[in-house]
Design a protein around this ligand. Sequence first.
Ligand SMILES: Nc1nc2c(ncn2[C@@H]2O[C@H](COP(=O)(O)OP(=O)(O)OP(=O)(O)O)[C@@H](O)[C@H]2O)c(=O)[nH]1
Ligand SMILES: [Mg+2]
Ligand SMILES: [Zn+2]
Length: 292
Amino acid sequence: MPEGRIVKAISGFYYVRTPKADIQCRARGVFKKRKWSPLVGDLVTFEETENGEGWVTDIHPRKTELIRPPIANVEQAVVVGSLRQPELSFDLLDRFLVHAEREGLEILICLSKVDLVDDPKKLIDRVRGIYDPAGYPILTTSVEKDTGIDELKKELSGKLSVFAGQSGVGKSSLLNSILPSLGLETGEVSRKLGRGRHTTRQIELLDLPGSGQVADTPGFSQLSFTGMEETELSACFPEIALRAPRCKFRSCLHKNEPSCAVLEACDKGEIDKGRHQRYLQFLEEINDNRRY
Ligand SMILES: Nc1nc2c(ncn2[C@@H]2O[C@H](COP(=O)(O)OP(=O)(O)OP(=O)(O)O)[C@@H](O)[C@H]2O)c(=O)[nH]1
Ligand SMILES: [Mg+2]
Ligand SMILES: [Zn+2]
Protein backbone atom coordinates (compact mmCIF):
# COMPACT_ATOMS: atom_id res chain seq x y z
CA MET A 1 0.00 0.00 0.00
CA PRO A 2 1.20 3.56 -0.71
CA GLU A 3 2.91 5.65 1.93
CA GLY A 4 3.56 9.33 2.38
CA ARG A 5 3.87 12.17 4.84
CA ILE A 6 0.99 14.29 6.08
CA VAL A 7 1.74 17.90 5.17
CA LYS A 8 -1.54 19.54 6.17
CA ALA A 9 -4.69 18.69 8.08
CA ILE A 10 -7.95 20.56 7.53
CA SER A 11 -11.29 19.64 9.07
CA GLY A 12 -10.93 15.90 9.03
CA PHE A 13 -8.88 15.69 5.84
CA TYR A 14 -5.22 14.80 5.80
CA TYR A 15 -3.10 15.78 2.82
CA VAL A 16 -0.55 13.05 2.25
CA ARG A 17 2.47 13.96 0.11
CA THR A 18 3.74 11.24 -2.20
CA PRO A 19 6.36 11.56 -4.95
CA LYS A 20 3.51 11.86 -7.43
CA ALA A 21 0.93 14.08 -5.76
CA ASP A 22 -0.74 15.18 -2.54
CA ILE A 23 -3.57 12.76 -1.79
CA GLN A 24 -6.56 13.95 0.19
CA CYS A 25 -7.26 11.31 2.83
CA ARG A 26 -9.60 10.67 5.70
CA ALA A 27 -8.66 8.63 8.74
CA ARG A 28 -10.30 5.36 9.67
CA GLY A 29 -12.73 5.52 12.59
CA VAL A 30 -10.52 3.14 14.48
CA PHE A 31 -8.07 5.97 15.17
CA LYS A 32 -10.79 8.05 16.79
CA LYS A 33 -11.84 5.13 18.96
CA ARG A 34 -8.29 4.70 20.18
CA LYS A 35 -7.99 8.47 20.68
CA TRP A 36 -5.03 8.36 18.37
CA SER A 37 -5.15 10.84 15.55
CA PRO A 38 -2.77 11.49 12.70
CA LEU A 39 -0.62 14.63 12.95
CA VAL A 40 1.06 16.79 10.37
CA GLY A 41 4.53 15.30 9.95
CA ASP A 42 3.32 11.74 10.35
CA LEU A 43 4.47 9.09 7.93
CA VAL A 44 1.39 7.07 7.06
CA THR A 45 0.20 4.17 4.98
CA PHE A 46 -3.00 4.79 3.07
CA GLU A 47 -5.44 2.99 0.87
CA GLU A 48 -6.38 4.63 -2.38
CA THR A 49 -10.03 4.95 -3.36
CA GLU A 50 -11.38 5.09 -6.88
CA ASN A 51 -11.92 8.85 -6.88
CA GLY A 52 -8.22 9.55 -6.26
CA GLU A 53 -8.67 10.11 -2.54
CA GLY A 54 -7.65 7.81 0.28
CA TRP A 55 -8.00 6.38 3.75
CA VAL A 56 -5.15 6.53 6.25
CA THR A 57 -4.78 2.98 7.52
CA ASP A 58 -1.63 3.16 9.59
CA ILE A 59 0.53 5.76 11.32
CA HIS A 60 4.20 4.86 11.46
CA PRO A 61 5.97 5.13 14.84
CA ARG A 62 6.83 8.75 15.65
CA LYS A 63 10.38 9.90 16.31
CA THR A 64 9.13 12.99 18.13
CA GLU A 65 5.77 14.48 18.95
CA LEU A 66 5.10 18.08 19.96
CA ILE A 67 1.79 18.97 21.54
CA ARG A 68 1.83 22.68 20.78
CA PRO A 69 2.06 23.12 17.91
CA PRO A 70 0.83 19.56 17.27
CA ILE A 71 3.32 18.03 14.88
CA ALA A 72 5.16 14.74 14.57
CA ASN A 73 8.70 13.77 13.60
CA VAL A 74 10.32 17.19 13.60
CA GLU A 75 14.05 17.19 14.35
CA GLN A 76 14.64 20.89 14.87
CA ALA A 77 12.66 23.68 16.50
CA VAL A 78 13.28 27.22 15.34
CA VAL A 79 11.95 29.38 18.13
CA VAL A 80 11.23 32.82 16.75
CA GLY A 81 11.01 35.87 18.99
CA SER A 82 10.93 39.44 17.68
CA LEU A 83 13.02 42.12 19.33
CA ARG A 84 10.11 44.55 18.86
CA GLN A 85 6.44 44.39 17.84
CA PRO A 86 5.72 42.29 19.80
CA GLU A 87 8.34 42.72 22.53
CA LEU A 88 10.41 39.65 23.24
CA SER A 89 8.66 37.44 25.80
CA PHE A 90 11.19 35.39 27.76
CA ASP A 91 8.31 33.62 29.46
CA LEU A 92 6.87 32.27 26.21
CA LEU A 93 10.31 31.58 24.79
CA ASP A 94 11.25 29.45 27.79
CA ARG A 95 7.91 27.65 27.83
CA PHE A 96 8.41 26.54 24.27
CA LEU A 97 12.05 25.65 24.90
CA VAL A 98 10.95 23.30 27.68
CA HIS A 99 8.59 21.47 25.33
CA ALA A 100 11.22 21.24 22.60
CA GLU A 101 13.84 19.95 25.05
CA ARG A 102 11.43 17.37 26.37
CA GLU A 103 11.16 15.95 22.87
CA GLY A 104 14.92 16.09 22.44
CA LEU A 105 14.73 18.48 19.48
CA GLU A 106 17.64 20.47 18.13
CA ILE A 107 16.99 24.09 18.99
CA LEU A 108 17.72 27.33 17.21
CA ILE A 109 16.65 30.68 18.64
CA CYS A 110 15.85 33.24 15.98
CA LEU A 111 15.67 36.89 17.04
CA SER A 112 13.65 38.59 14.33
CA LYS A 113 12.98 42.20 13.27
CA VAL A 114 16.44 43.50 14.23
CA ASP A 115 15.77 46.43 11.87
CA LEU A 116 13.23 47.80 14.37
CA VAL A 117 15.83 48.41 17.10
CA ASP A 118 18.18 51.41 16.86
CA ASP A 119 21.08 49.79 18.65
CA PRO A 120 20.29 46.08 18.54
CA LYS A 121 23.71 44.96 19.80
CA LYS A 122 22.94 45.74 23.42
CA LEU A 123 19.70 43.78 23.41
CA ILE A 124 21.16 40.88 21.42
CA ASP A 125 24.11 40.63 23.81
CA ARG A 126 21.70 40.51 26.73
CA VAL A 127 19.78 37.65 25.14
CA ARG A 128 23.02 35.83 24.39
CA GLY A 129 24.04 36.23 28.02
CA ILE A 130 20.82 34.49 29.04
CA TYR A 131 20.94 31.57 26.57
CA ASP A 132 24.67 30.94 26.04
CA PRO A 133 24.87 28.97 29.31
CA ALA A 134 22.12 26.72 27.92
CA GLY A 135 24.11 26.23 24.73
CA TYR A 136 21.40 27.50 22.37
CA PRO A 137 22.59 28.98 19.09
CA ILE A 138 21.09 32.37 18.31
CA LEU A 139 20.49 33.84 14.89
CA THR A 140 19.36 37.42 14.28
CA THR A 141 17.22 38.21 11.27
CA SER A 142 15.42 40.95 9.42
CA VAL A 143 13.31 40.34 6.37
CA GLU A 144 13.32 44.10 5.71
CA LYS A 145 17.11 44.29 5.56
CA ASP A 146 17.68 40.72 4.36
CA THR A 147 19.78 39.95 7.43
CA GLY A 148 20.43 36.39 8.53
CA ILE A 149 18.22 34.82 5.86
CA ASP A 150 21.01 32.88 4.17
CA GLU A 151 22.23 31.57 7.53
CA LEU A 152 18.72 30.49 8.40
CA LYS A 153 18.41 28.71 5.06
CA LYS A 154 21.58 26.77 5.84
CA GLU A 155 20.32 25.76 9.28
CA LEU A 156 17.12 24.39 7.77
CA SER A 157 18.73 22.44 4.99
CA GLY A 158 18.26 18.67 5.11
CA LYS A 159 16.17 18.65 8.31
CA LEU A 160 12.55 18.58 9.29
CA SER A 161 12.05 21.78 11.26
CA VAL A 162 9.17 23.59 12.87
CA PHE A 163 8.85 27.36 13.28
CA ALA A 164 7.25 28.30 16.55
CA GLY A 165 6.63 31.54 18.39
CA GLN A 166 4.11 34.17 19.32
CA SER A 167 1.74 35.56 16.72
CA GLY A 168 3.26 38.43 14.75
CA VAL A 169 6.94 37.66 15.35
CA GLY A 170 7.38 37.06 11.61
CA LYS A 171 7.46 33.29 11.15
CA SER A 172 5.59 33.33 7.83
CA SER A 173 7.55 36.39 6.67
CA LEU A 174 10.83 34.56 7.26
CA LEU A 175 9.62 31.56 5.30
CA ASN A 176 8.53 33.84 2.45
CA SER A 177 12.03 35.32 2.39
CA ILE A 178 13.56 31.88 2.17
CA LEU A 179 11.09 30.69 -0.43
CA PRO A 180 9.59 33.69 -2.23
CA SER A 181 7.34 31.48 -4.34
CA LEU A 182 5.40 30.43 -1.25
CA GLY A 183 3.45 33.63 -0.85
CA LEU A 184 2.32 32.74 2.68
CA GLU A 185 -0.14 35.19 4.17
CA THR A 186 1.32 37.60 6.71
CA GLY A 187 -0.50 40.08 8.96
CA GLU A 188 0.16 43.45 10.53
CA VAL A 189 0.81 43.58 14.24
CA SER A 190 -1.94 45.52 16.00
CA ARG A 191 -0.47 48.89 17.03
CA LYS A 192 -2.90 49.30 19.88
CA LEU A 193 -2.34 45.90 21.46
CA GLY A 194 1.21 45.30 20.23
CA ARG A 195 0.18 41.76 19.32
CA GLY A 196 -0.06 39.71 16.17
CA ARG A 197 -3.44 38.89 14.65
CA HIS A 198 -3.11 35.12 14.38
CA THR A 199 -2.78 35.24 10.63
CA THR A 200 -1.55 31.67 10.10
CA ARG A 201 -4.38 29.31 10.99
CA GLN A 202 -3.00 25.94 10.03
CA ILE A 203 0.17 23.98 10.40
CA GLU A 204 1.65 23.38 7.01
CA LEU A 205 4.74 21.42 6.11
CA LEU A 206 6.64 23.00 3.22
CA ASP A 207 9.33 21.45 1.04
CA LEU A 208 12.63 23.32 0.95
CA PRO A 209 14.73 23.54 -2.20
CA GLY A 210 17.30 20.76 -2.17
CA SER A 211 16.30 18.75 0.85
CA GLY A 212 14.53 19.42 4.10
CA GLN A 213 11.09 20.48 5.15
CA VAL A 214 9.81 23.20 7.41
CA ALA A 215 6.47 23.74 9.11
CA ASP A 216 4.85 27.14 9.44
CA THR A 217 2.56 27.17 12.46
CA PRO A 218 0.00 29.48 14.06
CA GLY A 219 1.41 31.72 16.79
CA PHE A 220 0.63 30.83 20.39
CA SER A 221 0.13 33.07 23.38
CA GLN A 222 -0.03 30.43 26.11
CA LEU A 223 1.70 27.17 26.78
CA SER A 224 1.14 24.97 29.82
CA PHE A 225 2.86 21.90 31.20
CA THR A 226 0.00 19.46 31.49
CA GLY A 227 1.15 15.89 31.92
CA MET A 228 4.62 16.84 33.03
CA GLU A 229 6.26 15.79 36.31
CA GLU A 230 8.17 18.09 38.65
CA THR A 231 11.28 15.94 38.35
CA GLU A 232 11.28 16.16 34.55
CA LEU A 233 11.59 19.93 34.40
CA SER A 234 15.24 20.44 35.29
CA ALA A 235 16.29 18.18 32.40
CA CYS A 236 14.59 20.68 30.08
CA PHE A 237 16.90 23.49 31.19
CA PRO A 238 20.33 22.38 29.89
CA GLU A 239 22.31 24.75 32.13
CA ILE A 240 20.47 23.36 35.18
CA ALA A 241 20.71 19.73 34.06
CA LEU A 242 24.46 20.17 33.63
CA ARG A 243 24.95 21.13 37.28
CA ALA A 244 22.27 19.02 38.97
CA PRO A 245 24.53 15.96 39.46
CA ARG A 246 26.70 18.08 41.77
CA CYS A 247 23.83 18.98 44.13
CA LYS A 248 24.07 17.43 47.59
CA PHE A 249 20.67 15.76 47.34
CA ARG A 250 19.78 13.59 44.42
CA SER A 251 16.17 14.71 44.68
CA CYS A 252 17.20 18.39 44.69
CA LEU A 253 14.66 20.59 42.90
CA HIS A 254 17.02 23.60 43.06
CA LYS A 255 14.57 25.73 45.03
CA ASN A 256 16.30 26.42 48.36
CA GLU A 257 18.03 23.16 49.27
CA PRO A 258 21.44 23.29 50.96
CA SER A 259 24.55 22.70 48.83
CA CYS A 260 22.63 23.09 45.59
CA ALA A 261 25.06 23.42 42.68
CA VAL A 262 22.42 25.16 40.60
CA LEU A 263 21.73 27.89 43.16
CA GLU A 264 25.48 28.36 43.54
CA ALA A 265 25.84 28.80 39.78
CA CYS A 266 23.03 31.38 39.86
CA ASP A 267 24.83 33.31 42.60
CA LYS A 268 28.04 33.29 40.58
CA GLY A 269 26.16 34.51 37.51
CA GLU A 270 26.89 31.34 35.56
CA ILE A 271 23.17 30.71 35.18
CA ASP A 272 20.86 33.62 34.38
CA LYS A 273 18.68 34.49 37.36
CA GLY A 274 15.65 35.12 35.15
CA ARG A 275 15.93 31.64 33.65
CA HIS A 276 16.08 30.14 37.12
CA GLN A 277 13.07 32.19 38.20
CA ARG A 278 11.05 30.95 35.26
CA TYR A 279 12.15 27.41 36.10
CA LEU A 280 10.71 27.93 39.61
CA GLN A 281 7.54 29.44 38.18
CA PHE A 282 7.02 26.47 35.84
CA LEU A 283 7.73 24.09 38.72
CA GLU A 284 4.94 25.73 40.67
CA GLU A 285 2.55 25.42 37.74
CA ILE A 286 3.34 21.72 37.41
CA ASN A 287 2.59 21.32 41.09
CA ASP A 288 -0.70 23.19 40.79
CA ASN A 289 -1.71 20.96 37.88
CA ARG A 290 -1.22 17.91 40.04
CA ARG A 291 -3.25 19.31 42.90
CA TYR A 292 -6.42 19.86 40.85
N1 LIG B 1 10.19 45.56 10.38
C1 LIG B 1 10.02 44.25 10.21
N2 LIG B 1 8.78 43.73 10.14
C2 LIG B 1 8.65 42.40 10.00
C3 LIG B 1 9.76 41.53 9.92
N3 LIG B 1 9.31 40.26 9.78
C4 LIG B 1 7.97 40.35 9.79
N4 LIG B 1 7.56 41.63 9.90
C5 LIG B 1 6.17 42.11 9.95
O1 LIG B 1 5.53 41.56 11.09
C6 LIG B 1 4.15 41.31 10.84
C7 LIG B 1 3.79 39.89 11.23
O2 LIG B 1 4.47 38.98 10.39
P1 LIG B 1 3.97 37.48 10.13
O3 LIG B 1 4.99 36.85 9.27
O4 LIG B 1 2.57 37.47 9.68
O5 LIG B 1 4.06 36.88 11.61
P2 LIG B 1 3.73 35.38 12.09
O6 LIG B 1 4.73 35.05 13.14
O7 LIG B 1 3.65 34.47 10.93
O8 LIG B 1 2.30 35.56 12.79
P3 LIG B 1 1.10 34.46 12.98
O9 LIG B 1 0.88 33.80 11.68
O10 LIG B 1 -0.06 35.29 13.42
O11 LIG B 1 1.56 33.52 14.05
C8 LIG B 1 3.95 41.63 9.35
O12 LIG B 1 3.38 42.93 9.24
C9 LIG B 1 5.35 41.60 8.78
O13 LIG B 1 5.50 42.44 7.66
C10 LIG B 1 11.08 42.11 9.98
O14 LIG B 1 12.12 41.44 9.91
N5 LIG B 1 11.14 43.46 10.14
MG1 LIG C 1 2.18 33.27 10.22
ZN1 LIG D 1 20.09 21.62 43.28
